[in-house]
Design a protein around this ligand. Structure first.
Ligand code: N01
Length: 539
């Protein structure tokens, strides 16, 4: 039997739950399907030691319910993964979301049926739904990426990917642990595992910039102060470029004197986390300005590491600060001062093979019991391109995006009517506080669907020209920045053979929101809205 519903939402992470709640509130029959057995998305999968959010808890949470905001009590400035998961589960229960979520149900295909303007969605267990709207909330960092070394299958110990962390506790007591990868995941887990394991070897390819988290328990006074002014805090976040509430310093880093710069950087270093990148407005726009920030961070890293050789290897060079995603760490560099932590520089001495007892590099064999792949994800498009999503004329999304993702406003694709992608490529997504992006896009969708109902419209579709114009705009904005100066998962460099295009929108949340609102106010310029009898209703 095929269930007929208004909207099918794929994924029960932060985005999927918000979509379910919001569309349900506007009277839609909604079904969520989720491949896993619980809510949480990436926060369910990334349970590695030390996993925590590097956006402040009060900002990395839903804003749609003042009662929820007031009743939830965050314990730390930067919440741990277990606390975030508790929050997501609380939201699911509080708003009675689970009854419309089919767990252990993976979408394998979605086909747009042109005569009825509906999506026919099929799951791996053969369940099917016919939905007017398809809402993809599948995550930008949810398809893991693992290396493939000679001998990998012969390793006699355990291999775990950071993004597919087992639910049951993993004990490292007495274990020799190898961590491959030094992005946010590797940097977060290293100091925590080092406390428990007998020995940790960190295999580093590219040293990463990182700012200390300045994490702290949230005091009663701070909690009350935030809750008394929550609406203002949310408004500030929405009006800021990154959705984090930081307003960039309007001064150029190059106009400030060396002493002033030192003071500004020191203050940002001690408290702002990611906000460090906005200590001056041109840090991400101008190489010379960026050099001043990068040099400050290098100096700080050098001061945190005792061994001069290790210190130099850990110091990021050769790419601008924040052009690749920097980390916000809690004791990563200091971990290398411990006698049981070793750095293996695989750029200098590559991994040659896995053996039954460990990893052999060009210089030595590392005896290991556990190997952790903190090697990242097929970012932005990985999970969108796994299922067969088939639009008009039988064209798949994979075919449409063969040369890289193309969207109108980062949410919609020509040839794929009634399909919304939440925090996907072409939107601020991973360059923003994704919570703000998620809520903006879902509210925009809810308004669109209400407008469609009011006007007897059954189909919305991005215009082909609008899509071309949007991708051009995304590229223009990226060219104003330093993002293109290096390889990163922002531009597809993390996977060999992936199209090399810059995927997120770097124009900022504030400007992006304005464009979404203008689009709605104009009657959805850049989209074609079609009524039941197929004649074009509005442009
Ligand atoms: O993954 P990454 P991540 N041999 O892609 C290395 C979010 N996040 O899981 O740079 C050796 O950043 C690779 O080296 P290189 C956040 O957005 C958020 O750490 O390719 N090394 C790199 O060092 C983050 O940016 C939180 O040279 C190999 C690392 O693996 C994103 O998730 C917490 C290799 C991968 O780094 C991804 O972070 C954690 C190989 N074969 C993560 N292949 C929050 O706090 C790859 N590497 C919210």
């Amino acid at each position: 039997m095929i269930d007929s519903i208004d909207a099918l939402v794929v994924g029960a992470g932060f985005a999927g739950l918000r979509a379910l709640h919001t569309l349900r509130q506007s009277g839609k029959r909604v079904q969520v399907i989720e491949a896993s057995d619980d809510v949480g998305g990436v926060w369910l999968q990334n349970g590695y030691p030390g996993a925590r959010c590097d956006v402040e808890s009060y900002d990395y949470s839903y804003s749609f319910s003042p009662e929820l905001e007031q009743s939830w009590r965050w314990s730390e400035r930067y919440a741990t993964q277990p606390e975030i998961l508790r929050y997501i589960r609380h939201v699911a229960d509080r708003f009675d979301l689970r009854r419309d979520i089919a767990f252990n149900t993976r979408m394998i295909s979605a086909r747009f049926d042109e005569p009825t303007s509906r999506w026919l969605v099929t799951a791996h267990n053969d369940r099917q739904w016919s939905a007017r709207h398809l809402v993809l909330c599948v995550g930008q960092l949810s398809t893991t990426k693992s290396p493939n070394y000679p001998g990998q299958n012969d390793f006699g110990g355990r291999i775990i990917h950071s993004g597919e962390w087992p639910r049951e506790p993993v004990s490292f007591a007495g274990q020799r642990v190898g961590i491959i990868g030094t992005g946010s995941s590797g940097m977060q887990m290293t100091p925590v595992i080092a406390h428990e394991a007998q020995h940790v070897t960190v295999f580093q390819r590219t040293p990463n910039y990182s700012i200390p988290a300045a994490n702290a328990p949230v005091s009663e006074a701070e909690d009350q102060q935030v809750k008394a002014n929550y609406a203002e805090r949310r408004a500030r976040a929405r009006q800021s470029p990154t959705g984090l509430g930081f307003i960039p310093n309007r001064t150029s880093a190059l106009q400030a004197s060396a002493e002033e710069r030192e003071q500004v950087y020191e203050a940002a270093w001690n408290r702002l986390g990611f906000g460090f990148a906005l200590a001056y407005y041109d840090i991400l726009l101008n190489q010379a300005a960026n050099d001043t920030a990068a040099e400050f961070i290098r100096k700080k890293i050098r001061a945190r590491v005792n061994d001069p050789v290790v210190r130099e290897k850990l110091t990021p060079k050769g790419h601008p600060f924040a052009a690749r995603r920097p980390s916000v760490d809690s004791g990563y560099f200091e971990a290398f001062n411990r006698p049981n932590v070793e750095l293996a520089d695989v750029r200098e001495s590559p991994i040659l093979e896995f053996t039954p007892t460990g990893v052999r590099t060009a210089v030595k064999h590392h005896d290991l019991d556990v190997i952790i792949f903190a090697t990242g994800f097929d970012a932005f498009t990985g999970s969108l391109l796994k299922p067969d999503i088939i639009g008009r004329h039988g064209v798949t999304l994979r075919e449409k995006w063969a040369a890289g993702p193309i969207t109108q406003l980062g949410v919609s694709v020509n040839g794929f009517p009634n399909l919304l992608i939440v925090v996907g490529p072409g939107s601020p997504s991973l360059l923003s506080n994704v919570m703000v992006s998620i809520e903006e896009q879902i509210d925009w969708l809810a308004t669109l669907l209400n407008t469609m109902d009011d006007r007897g419209i059954i189909e919305y579709e991005a215009d082909a020209q609008a899509e071309i114009d949007w991708v051009r705009h995304v590229n223009e904005r990226a060219r104003e920045t330093l993002y293109l100066a290096t390889d990163s998962y922002y531009n597809g460099a993390e996977i060999a053979g992936k199209p090399r295009v810059f995927m997120p929108y770097s124009g900022g949340i504030r400007g992006y929101r304005r464009l979404l609102h203008q689009c709605a106010e104009s009657g959805y310029a850049g989209f074609t809205l079609r009524p039941a009898h197929a004649e074009v209703a509005a442009k």
